[in-house]
Design a protein around this ligand. Sequence first.
Ligand SMILES: Cc1cc2nc3c(=O)[nH]c(=O)nc-3n(C[C@H](O)[C@H](O)[C@H](O)COP(=O)(O)OP(=O)(O)OC[C@H]3O[C@@H](n4cnc5c(N)ncnc54)[C@H](O)[C@@H]3O)c2cc1C
Ligand code: FES
Ligand code: FES
Length: 1372
Amino acid sequence: MEEEQSERGIQRLVFAVNGQRFELSHADPSTTLLEFLRSETPFKSVKLSCGEGGCGACVVLLSKYDPVTDQIEDFTISSCLTLLCSLNGCSITTAEGIGNSKVGFHPIQERFAGFHASQCGFCTPGMCVSLYAAIVNAEKTLRPEPSPGFSKLTVCEAEKAIAGNLCRCTGYRSIIDACKSFAADVDMEDLGLNSFWRKGESNEVKQSRLPLLRCHNAICKFPEFLKEEIKAAASVASEGNCWYSPVSLQQLQSLLQPNEAKNGTSTKFVVGNTGMGYYKELEQYDKYINLKYIPELSMIRKDETGIEIGAAVTITKAIEILREENKGEFYQEGKMVFIKIADHMEKIASGFIRNSASIGGNLVMAQRKSFPSDLTTVLLAVGTMVNIMGGQRQERLTLEEFLGKPPLDSRSVLLSIRIPRWNLSRDVSSKTNTEILFETYRAAPRPLGNALPYLNAALLAEIFPRETSNRIIITSCRLAFGAYGTKHSIRAWKVEEFLTGKVLTIGILYDAIKLLETIVIPEDDTSYSTYRSSLATAFLFKFLSPLIDTNAEISNALLNGYTSYQLPKNSRTKQNYDQYGEIKSPTLLSSAKQVFQLSKEYHPVGEPLTKSGAAIQASGEAVYVDDIPSPRNCLHGAFIYSTKPLARVNGIKFKPGLDEVSALISFKDIPGENVGSMTIFGTEPLFADELTQCAGERIAFVVADTQKHADMAANVAVVDYDMENLEPPILSVEEAVKRSSFFDVPPFLNPKQVGDISKGMADADNKILSAEIQLGSQYYFYMETQTALAVPDEDNCMVVYSSIQCPEFAHVTIAKCLGIPEHNVRVITRRVGGGFGGKAIKAMPVATACALAAYKLGHPVRIYLNRKTDMIMAGGRHPMKITYSVGFKNNGKITGLQLEILINAGMSADISPMMPHNMLGALKKYDWGALSFDIKICRTNLPSRSAMRAPGEVQGSFIAEAVIEHVASTLSTDVDSVRHINLHSYESLRLFFEDSSGEPLEYTLPTIWDKLALSSSFEQRTKMIKEFNKHNRWVKRGISRVPIVHQVTLRPTPGKVSILSDGSIVVEVGGIELGQGLWTKVKQMTAYALSLIQCDGTEDLLEKVRVIQSDTLSLIQGGFTAGSTTSESSCEAVRLCCKILVDRLTPLKEKLAEQMGAVKWETLILQAYLNAVDLSTNTLYVPGFSSMGYLNYGASVSEVEVNLLTGETTILRTDIIYDCGQSLNPAVDLGQIEGAFVQGIGFFMFEEYSENSDGLVVAEGTWTYKIPTVDTIPKQFNVEILSSGHHQKRVLSSKASGEPPLLLAVSIHCATRAAIKEARKQLLSWCGQDGSDSTFKLPVPATMPIVKELCGLDSVERFLQWTMAIKSENSA
Ligand SMILES: Cc1cc2nc3c(=O)[nH]c(=O)nc-3n(C[C@H](O)[C@H](O)[C@H](O)COP(=O)(O)OP(=O)(O)OC[C@H]3O[C@@H](n4cnc5c(N)ncnc54)[C@H](O)[C@@H]3O)c2cc1C
Ligand code: FES
Ligand code: FES
């Protein structure tokens, strides 16, 4: 709607959500669409996860109608950043609007469910909307009509549709399959496991089984009423509101009267408002001016000299325009420049941000606040001009002048930019072979973007070949660099001047690079500053070196192993650029296999059934804690946390005028004990008392009328600290040792030493002594942050809805804290939006604080933690320092391993005393001969570390591999053979694992090891990689095979089964559904176990089973959902209940059978009701001592490729074989294996958990903490579930799958190390040294800067020096 665009504020805002009309008369201009949808509409599919544009959980489809053209534009946006007022006349579609359980699910939602692409489901509505938008837009193209059921989408587009959406559960493979299933060009063979067809069915059958995409499914309908209103321009504007949408420059100017600034009116220009994602301003402005409707800011003008783009044009639109040039008749170079700018722009953020982010907004952020922009760098290199309006004056400046000016004042407006057309910069009629080369680069943690770069570059050169030789002369060049920790993008003028007019030789390139090193220098305090500088030289090298001296033999060697995508016209240079390309995979996931055997023995247990509730998760109807509507008078809380590690808190002050704050609750308000969480090892206080124990500790809970106000109040609260006469805090394990600050480990959890270590070391031919490893933390990054809702009930009772893995413990904690009996408390948990251990202990204080506030204020109180606070308080995985000595024979057989491990537990014990047991369980995967260890749990002034998926096991497994790698490097032998020789025999396994080693036949690791070698072609690929590395200089590959052994323990678990009078069944279990498929397995088990009654209709029992939310008063002793075994023990509890019910029903059934022959299930149950058979039972499954603990086995082979110029690691392929016993549900287990593995990739390769010197977490959101995305998973991902037959002591022969596969990701780390080893060997050869320097350490995570540093930050310089030396030798 042309929004009655006037200089006056709009008073009436009309828009549609899922076809429903909304009209608001007084919207707060700072309200986001997400806030509105979640608080004012029933559409809760729109999830808040990051609040900063980095995750896609909040994505909605925005449709705009143009009454002139009668066209509708549909695109995704992030609702967490989009301001509601900017949506006048728009139609919004959320996941519920695409399809739902009432009107029918959309095929997208059905396919997400059927391809097992939803686990916790928190990311799924956003994913579905992203895919929906891609399909809707593909349908608008003129591409040929696809076969029935498919869309016009291509496979490549389908994968990229969800490129900006994060998922922490699935590992993305299944999501990609769901997306690809809509692509017109998909090969059905490429689609993975799903519930639509069985393996081996023909493509025709497969197609017919897919939920059909019909014409109307692929079209987004814009509401007619809104069209009519838009046509009638019905929106009324009036003064008095502070949102303005001027429609001309004059109107804008009048809104920016100088007197307004003088009288202190604060003004904010808004286009997409995505800048908020980075700057998170809390300030409220007096005036919001929407720049989108001013023609000068939205225009696009093209002529022979260039393209002018209005500042309010979105990045997506700009990409489209630049790409359109390809179709024009203009000169080749000009097109190439535009296309490359567009290509680069496509790596900015993600689609749903680019769709609303404006060009002008980006440039102004860069100019005003030094935002590390990609645009400024790229536009600088191509000579872009900008047009600025200040008051009545307009001014044209070069981009460089603009960036160099003092920050733009709040009344100046960027109107447009002009990108010149490059083919006209020279005399086109001349017959010279002059060419323009242009290339842009960025090194960022994720290849597809959605991550700020460490450095970006845009390099343009005009060249021509010298007639008399094969050399090339640089006529001119423009070299721009940015985002490396500089105020703004720069041009390397000195290097440009140096190169201009020069004949390009290796010497010249070397000198240019040395000169560049003096220019690209990050500002102080920039992280990885030398790495960033090295990227600049690497990119210049990559750009220019293919042009050098092509007929000399040196250059042939020189060109190997890197690529430039540009293809110069000149065939000679083109050939050089073509010499070798990195893997150019057209799709993100080129192939994937899922292999398993089906077992019918316990039908429907063992079937790969769709996850229970997956479709309602996809439609957004699944209810998470924060989706429960707020009760009347509900208040909202936010934590105030300490920023000091050890300090007295003298008081907390708020800015005056925060009227919305209702209360500030601290330890003084606690009626019972100051306890926020508890484990068997002790408690942690809910709030710091006078003394804080760590940065990130809860000090108080501020309660306000809305979550936004509570967050704002917590954010601006000023805590008065006093550190006088306090001891310095303990911030490291070394300091903890010095001050003997430890937690005790109870004797029953102390692992036993194995063998005689003195003998083991004495038997060794070689020893490594006192080697060190450091491991850092990892954050959970569940998509749903911590949340709870507490509702006071009659008679001093409290009902708490909590997203928690252990409601029983929260229950006890709340009762203790409030000083009330436990029967006054009820904790209810339906589903959790991802836990990974982080919603076990760490969810308790969240629930307890809400309960305390609700108790004190007599109002319901809820909280949904913002991502930053969540990250700061979470604690995460245990960091540790390991010192080891190892003795080994010349053949690599290890004879003794001695370990000293210092675990950083933080301020309270939490589950830390479990760590030695867990670590050793995984570390003992090899036969170490003798094993001795000294493990200390250090108490430090840091947030308490808690359980994170495979806590201790992942570190233990890594340490084992680090030792093996070290031994192999020391012996200069093949590491795979060292692994092999140290694998356990069954005898040594028994020695190391005693009770949990199981029967000899259950030790499947040796079989897995050999089977994997075959299925992954390990030997052949190892040879091929050797060849590859010989022939490629700037990319190296590595491959690695690793085994895992992971010990798990079953715990007592309750279950309750009730059969209702219509024959439907309701089940309660101690375990919580976290996305791991627990409910699905429980349903299958119930159906199986009740079917043993053998009635007619019991084959369909599955449909009759409903697993319901956990309620701590309905089913007690629920314990923890953790340690990978809760699904199977919940299943066993249910099986026992069903057995009781079957026993109770059998006499009646037999009697009825005698009377009537076949007995129907419903009849039996009805009769049981009439005969007063007790049809409800509950039980506590208590595993027997001898069957409690068991071992899980698996192995993986991973192959990676490391780019030596940037340090980027690409995972080419991973093959996994994992023993699930007899899987209860192979689809669920596959999902667990893939998801855990990808979370492991995060730990080993991406996730940097940084803290400041006080221990305060500074990786506090998606900008700084990078979990794996769809473009960072293995390009080939093959998983086989080994069905290892009958296991007498396991639950229907099944084994765990939740955590152990995470450990397998170490294969990627080891493969990376192998590739780096090759790079280092090469580097040494350039320095004239033979041999290999292989005893280096590769830290965790092996991020790009770390990998590049190990490959040689100065590798380019060294290579050029070496080349020059050879050249001079040759010519001498
Ligand atoms: C998750 C995420 C990832 C990102 N990744 C990248 C990246 O990798 N590389 C990169 O370069 N950028 C990146 N960006 C930045 C993105 O490009 C900018 O946020 C966006 O272009 C800003 O445009 P906007 O319309 O949303 O601006 P707004 O947020 O509306 O405005 C931003 C600022 O500029 C002012 N402003 C806007 N337009 C004008 C104008 N015409 N004249 C004067 N002042 C104006 C506003 O008042 C405000 O202060 C990312 C952003 C997000 C949210
Ligand atoms: S919540 Fe909006 S992008 Fe993450
Ligand atoms: S299913 Fe994607 S985050 Fe849980």
